[in-house]
Ligand binder design. Structure first.
Ligand SMILES: [Zn+2]
Length: 80
């Protein structure tokens, strides 16, 4: 799934698109949210290009992939 990073305001919808270098981007809250995904045993990969987020989560759990500046991408394991 693709999700928008957390914003400091309450904008929603297409107008709420935010990249990790934008002032309205809430990096601390995005780190908290991605930590939940990173800790979850069924999370397979997380892509997001904010290097500070990658560092904060650690363990190589969050990696950069072209195009992932304004959303993070989470894949969960296939159920067997
Ligand atoms: Zn994606």
């Amino acid at each position: 799934m693709d999700c928008g990073p957390v914003r400091k305001d309450d904008a929603t919808g297409q107008a709420a698109r935010v990249s990790y270098w934008d002032a309205v981007y809430d990096q601390a809250a995005t780190i908290q949210l991605l930590r939940l995904f990173a800790q979850h045993p069924e999370t397979r990969v997380i892509y997001f290009n904010d290097k500070e987020v990658q560092k904060a989560i650690g363990g190589g759990r969050v990696t950069a992939v072209p195009g992932h500046n304004d959303h993070f991408h989470v894949e969960i394991k296939r159920r067997r």
